[in-house]
Ligand binder design. Structure first.
Ligand SMILES: Nc1ncnc2c1ncn2[C@@H]1O[C@H](COP(=O)(O)OP(=O)(O)O)[C@@H](O)[C@H]1O
Ligand SMILES: [Mg+2]
Length: 594
């Protein structure tokens, strides 16, 4: 019992928003694939309870038979006892096999559907909810309900039936002794409840300090590089870590003290209850109100009563926490998935129009404000502007990663929302500001873009594009392993892989978001030659700081604070002596001076 009680105590009682009835209904749906196993489990539990309830009664009959020396009954009772005990064993074995089986399958199902769902959720969810919380929902919350839904609910039900059954039998055997037991039971429930609350409180402290230690480790491992450069910070970090670890130790010890005190206390009350029953019971036997057998039966029932009682009291709190977990899981499952509206499949030619587009990641705080511009198909347009002015946001909207709150975006004259998402994204090649690579080889990363193409064809195409030589310069060429998002490669190397991946798909619209910012000048020059060839026959949006990249553009849009403030070819904007020429003079002239 110790293990389960500790598990239950470690869970927090939490406040819920959704009504119990709603949670119950959805839980039933969740459990529906397991209905036959659950019914079997319930039946087994009830059979198990009945067998348990019968045993002290058989002992009563046994003792009574011994007292009057009835050998025939003794033999029969012995046979019954053996049968009951054997069936009980079989039932308990099947039960203890079924519970984890159902629990684990349930958890697997839930995790799969949560994972699948998370990959399709609308992106603004991820800017609102920290990644850690989403991971916790898929891992911890699922864990916490898997166990309780599969075993907890049925355990509670069986414990309840057991206690009610035992009390019923006891009252029918002897009202006076049953009353003594009832009073003890009430005392135990009150003590277990108070104790449980205290224990939960100390476990909360343990959890908090463990969380502190974990986040400290996470932060410092991911920031290891920086810690190495700030030597003093490192020493401080070690001290801080020791302090946090010590706090965890202290709170764990006080938790152990409290949890450890419960067992002896309950055993003391149990012993008192035995003494009372033996003392008063033997008096009742003396006045021939009950038989010695009845007294033995009471002895047996009391021994079996305490465990389920304590479990029930303690379980209440963890049941609350399981409901809260359920609520969080349903909440995640209910988050809006990416807009699926739109089913037009078109061959994109590449004109892009923003009409009065207003958008903010937080709707109350717009990043783009009534933004309008037009890009013709086949045109190369550069977007320039200060950091944070909304350039990357424009790109996010073209890919329909987010939807504008006002206004509309047209591609080839068709509202973006009418075009099938997949069709749209397949025809746009994005080279993002921060290249994203997955674990695997460089070739694996290239193939993501065009899974149907053979490795030979991919190499051939990259050779024609003039990109092969850059990729072959990587330590093992195409077979170079990429570790955890590419942290074993330089940012420039990552950008080259990212460029290759985007160009491989031969997109109708190509978007470069400061894609060349970390590449050395010589490679940059060579890649620009590659790009110049690739820009033909497609619409291209280049977000860039460097003059050399801007020169590729037919036209420049200057975006400041979510609005287009100037637009036109380079020379024209320079002559205009506005924002662009100022940007050009300071920023680009500075770059040239370097
Ligand atoms: N995912 C996001 N969630 C919330 N705010 C964001 C997000 N991405 C960008 N922003 C905010 O939007 C504004 C514009 O960002 P961005 O378009 O990335 O600028 P730029 O690319 O021009 O440097 C910034 O103020 C930034 O803080
Ligand atoms: Mg940006």
């Amino acid at each position: 019992m110790g293990y389960h009680i500790v598990r239950y105590l470690q869970k927090e009682k939490e406040k819920r928003k959704l009504p119990f009835k709603y949670l119950f209904k959805r839980t039933l749906i969740l459990l529906s694939p397991f209905k036959y196993s659950l019914i079997l489990l319930l039946v087994l539990s009830i059979v198990g309870i009945c067998l348990n309830l019968v045993i002290p009664y058989i002992i009563k009959l046994f003792v009574d038979a011994i007292v009057i020396g009835d050998i025939n009954s003794l033999v029969n009772l012995a046979i019954i006892f053996i049968v009951v005990a054997t069936v009980g064993l079989a039932v308990n074995y099947t039960r203890s096999y079924l519970v984890p089986l159902i629990g684990q399958k349930l958890m697997l199902n839930l995790r799969n559907s949560l994972y699948r769902h998370v990959l399709t959720i609308k992106l603004d969810y991820f800017s609102r909810i920290p990644t850690g919380k989403i991971v916790a929902r898929i891992m911890n919350d699922v864990d916490s309900i898997g166990e309780i839904l599969a075993s907890g609910a049925i355990d509670v039900l069986s414990d309840f039936i057991f206690i009610a059954g035992a009390m019923f039998i006891m009252f029918s055997l002897s009202v006076e002794l049953a009353l003594i037991v009832t009073i003890t039971v009430l005392i135990v429930v009150i003590i277990a409840y108070i104790w449980g609350e205290r224990a939960r409180e100390v476990y909360r402290k343990v959890r908090e300090s463990v969380a502190e230690v974990t986040s400290k480790i996470e932060q410092d491992v991911s920031g290891a590089l920086l810690l190495h450069t700030f030597i003093h910070r490192r020493a401080d970090s070690v001290m801080e870590f020791q302090r946090l670890s010590k706090k965890t130790l202290t709170s764990s010890i006080s938790a152990a003290k409290i949890v450890g005190s419960m067992g002896p206390l309950i055993r003391l009350i149990e012993a008192l209850c035995y003494i009372l029953i033996l003392w008063y019971g033997s008096h009742l036997v003396g006045v021939e109100k009950i038989t010695i057998g009845t007294l033995s039966a009471f002895y047996g029932y009391v021994g079996m009563l305490f465990r389920p009682l304590i479990m029930l009291t303690i379980f209440y709190g963890s049941f609350q926490s399981a409901l809260a977990s359920l609520e969080r899981i349903f909440d995640l499952l209910d988050t809006e998935v990416e807009a699926r509206r739109g089913d037009r499949r078109i061959k994109v030619r590449g004109s892009i129009v923003f009409e009065d587009v207003t958008f903010g990641y937080d709707p109350d705080n717009p990043v783009l404000k009534s933004l309008s511009f037009k890009i013709n198909s086949g045109e190369v347009v550069a977007i320039v502007g200060p950091t944070g002015s909304g350039k990357t946001t424009i790109v996010n909207l073209i890919l329909r990663l987010y939807e504008p709150q006002k206004g509309r975006i047209l591609i080839d004259g068709i509202d973006l929302r009418e075009i099938e998402l997949r069709c749209l994204r397949e025809q746009i090649g994005l080279i993002p500001q921060e290249p994203v690579l997955f674990s695997g080889t460089v070739m694996d990363n290239l193939r993501i873009a065009i899974p149907h193409m053979s490795i030979g064809e991919i190499k051939e195409r990259l050779r024609k594009l003039g990109l092969e030589e850059f990729l072959l310069k990587l330590p093992q060429g195409y077979d170079t392993r990429v570790v955890e998002g590419g942290k074993n490669l330089s940012v420039g190397q990552r950008q080259i892989i990212s460029i290759a991946r985007a160009l491989l798909t031969d997109p109708s619209i190509l978007i470069l978001d400061e894609a060349l910012s970390s590449i050395d000048p010589i490679s940059e020059f060579m890649i620009q030659e590659v790009l110049k060839r690739s820009l033909q026959n497609r619409t291209c949006i280049v977000i860039a700081h460097r003059l050399s990249t801007l020169r590729l553009a037919d036209r420049i849009l200057v975006v400041v604070d979510g609005r287009v403030v100037e637009e036109g070819p380079h020379e024209e904007l320079i002559k205009k002596r506005g924002v662009y020429s100022r940007l050009y003079e300071t920023h680009f002239a500075l770059a040239r001076a370097q």
